[in-house]
Design a protein around this ligand. Sequence first.
Ligand SMILES: Cc1cc2nc3c(=O)[nH]c(=O)nc-3n(C[C@H](O)[C@H](O)[C@H](O)COP(=O)(O)OP(=O)(O)OC[C@H]3O[C@@H](n4cnc5c(N)ncnc54)[C@H](O)[C@@H]3O)c2cc1C
Length: 299
Amino acid sequence: MPLYRVYATVGFLTFLAAKSAQFAGFTLMTSTHFDDFIYDNNTLCGLTALNGNRLIKIRARLVVGADGRQSAVRAKAGLTSQVFGASRDVIWFKLSKQAGDPEWGMGHKGPRHNFIIIDRGDYWQCGFSIAKGEFEAWQSKGLAALRQNIAAVAPFNEARMAELTAWDQLKLLSVRIDRLDKWMKAGVLCIGDAAHAMSPIGGVGVNLAIQDAVATANYLTTPLLQGELRMSDLEKVQKRRQFPTVATQFLQIKMSSNKGQSKRPGKMPAIVRRLPFLRFIFGRLIGLGFRTEKPQRFI
Ligand SMILES: Cc1cc2nc3c(=O)[nH]c(=O)nc-3n(C[C@H](O)[C@H](O)[C@H](O)COP(=O)(O)OP(=O)(O)OC[C@H]3O[C@@H](n4cnc5c(N)ncnc54)[C@H](O)[C@@H]3O)c2cc1C
């Protein structure tokens, strides 16, 4: 069966795309957006997608919604969710690397811990954390004021902010934590943030999304190959991934409420510092999560 996925081709995804291209049934369609489901006698049997103005029809036994925290697949499927709220949003932007910059690893940097920095090789991916819903207020204060405020909490001096000359260099990333009640309906399964939007806390959302994808492949490859996919197969994926999702989101919610109330590190990191064995457990949870997934071989 041909396998259609829509990817943004960056980093790990580029690697996956190159590996997947070795399989005869794989087709990659970039810049192609899910539009709606198609039905045959009320049975969901694929989707329509838009590539520019071109409408493409793709027939499929299963549509996997892996389209992130604003998932259109989730919305069109009418799946219901619980929202746990998140008190912060993030203004996302790039700064160029310069000679003499330290070798920062990924994490929160700066005097007030609300500046996020990720080394992307030839540039710094930066995030400035703001109170939820305040982006428009920041816009009305003007770019110069924003640059000044970022410099006050960033490990870069204000001169470096001169690179930020227009609002279209800054993207608002809405932070949310939510979870679908049911990750599926007949013919559709949501995974990753589409099933459970994760906050940036702990930098674990990508791990969970990949683990969901591995569990999906492990449970669904055989029924799909045999043409016998049942609702109960889709339910197995949620059953397997529900506990690690709930447990991780619980920790994120706890940590974000600690952070919101104090400028000092929250209670949880303090406990982890006092009890060294917890450091190991915590590190393992951040690195591997509550439940690891091992890909099965099917060929
Ligand atoms: C500000 C911020 C910082 C974060 N930092 C980290 C971090 O450092 N480490 C970490 O592990 N997690 C982090 N997270 C969480 C992490 O981003 C997510 O949990 C993770 O990316 C989820 O992966 P995903 O593949 O489900 O969704 P995404 O990574 O969001 O990928 C969804 C993909 O679907 C595509 N898409 C969207 N709509 C459509 C459509 N209609 N049709 C086709 N394609 C579509 C998008 O272009 C995108 O490529 C952060 C979250 C936020 C908000």
